[in-house]
Design a protein around this ligand. Structure first.
Ligand SMILES: Cc1ncc(COP(=O)(O)O)c(C=O)c1O
Length: 366
């Protein structure tokens, strides 16, 4: 067994794509999901500190799963608050977005159903599909015709899985058009808003008021909210079904109340600080004004620059890092061969000077 593992690792090493864990790097952040700088926001941290000082029990371990000893008034209150904020009738908290997606797609579709996924959907959905007994069909990324041709052929129930903003290409799903197709073919639309939440207010479902057309939505709190955890937004029946049948919800210890308090506090903080997202969008525009060719939307905080060669991509990333710029190079096999890219994440806290420095080096390379 170990020989087999070692061979696989050696193969990755030879290809220059071995993954290793490194200490947090210091440098100018163009790679994290901390779009609004909330992960290290001192004002937010001191608010949380005060809450903990006033009520140290928040730091207690939850002591069990939500269905045994791990539920609390704070969990329930936070769920009600989140549901109300998003204008859904119910919300169900999870300790991560990965777990929430596992719960949704491994539980809701049964063996007679089909899960129709955008080919760029997050890995957590693919993993959930492996746990499910439903059939999975991929449709071409953001391709409405392809999606409709698949929907037309369905006899039984189907689910459509999309992200509102895709994390690898930095482009948006045609959300309203997909919602219309879902309605036409009576398919249940599930939208992952991991990268849109906080960057575009409470997300794009809220922006376009599609709550009635989106069967379930996922908000994650490890990105723009700078915390951790996730919520599924849905109706009471779906929530009750997940609580009863979703293994990733049932068979795990609940998070501490501190996490739920941090999430609620994060929502309140977002409401009071619209200038953070305004600054982020100004920085996106400054980046785009540099006229670097990307495959991403012009208003996306994720900008992907195609460098379709692992070796050249590595050189670019190393040069940037030697100059203090932290970026993320997405090599194959994470993406298909030929689709390797440099992924830039913009933040509210990046300065105009940082962006000029970063783009100056990139322009010399491509
Ligand atoms: C689109 C998408 N969905 C779900 C997740 C998982 O969320 P979490 O990091 O909270 O587990 C991620 C994070 O990488 C993501 O990008």
């Amino acid at each position: 067994m170990l020989k087999k593992f070692q061979e696989a690792l050696n193969k990755r090493k030879e290809a220059g794509v071995l993954r290793t864990l490194k200490p947090k790097l210091s440098g100018i952040d163009f790679y994290s999901n901390d779009y609004l700088g909330l992960a290290g926001n001192e004002e937010l941290q001191s608010q949380l500190l005060m809450k903990v000082q006033a009520n140290p029990v928040l730091l207690s371990g939850s002591s069990g799963s939500r269905l045994i000893s791990g539920n609390s008034n704070i969990t329930d209150e936070t769920e009600n608050y989140i549901a109300e904020q998003h204008q859904y009738s119910a919300a169900l908290l999870f300790s991560s977005g990965y777990n929430a997606n596992l719960a949704l797609f491994s539980t809701l579709p049964d063996r007679h159903d089909t899960i129709i996924v955008d080919e760029q959907i997050h890995r957590s959905v693919h993993d959930a599909c492996k746990m499910s007994h439903a059939k999975k069909i991929k449709f071409r990324h953001n391709d409405l015709e392809d999606l409709e041709s698949i929907l037309k052929k369905q006899n039984g129930s189907s689910y459509i899985a999309i992200e509102s903003l895709y994390s690898m290409d930095g482009d948006f799903a045609p959300l309203q058009e997909i919602a219309t197709l879902a309605k036409k073919y009576n398919s249940a639309l599930i939208v992952d808003e991991a990268h849109a939440f906080g960057v575009f207010g409470y997300g794009l479902i809220e922006k376009h008021q599609l709550q009635n057309d989106v069967f379930a939505a996922l908000m994650t709190y490890g990105k723009a909210l700078g915390a951790h955890g996730a919520a599924v937004l849905c109706n009471e029946t779906v929530k009750c079904y997940l609580v009863n049948f979703a293994s990733p919800f049932i068979y795990t210890t609940a998070a501490q109340d501190f996490l739920w308090i941090s999430i609620k506090n994060g929502y309140e903080f977002l409401k009071l600080k619209p200038e953070l997202s305004k600054k982020l969008h100004q920085n996106i525009k400054i980046f785009r004004d540099q006229n670097i060719e990307t495959i991403s939307s012009e208003v996306s905080p994720i900008q992907a620059i195609m460098v379709p060669d692992n070796h050249q991509l590595r050189n670019l990333q190393i040069t940037l890092s030697c100059n203090g710029f932290l970026t993320y190079a997405v090599h194959s096999p994470t993406v298909k061969t030929g689709a390797e890219r440099l992924r830039i994440c913009l933040h509210s806290f990046n300065t105009e000077e940082d962006i000029a420095g970063l783009t100056g080096i990139i322009k010399e390379f491509i």
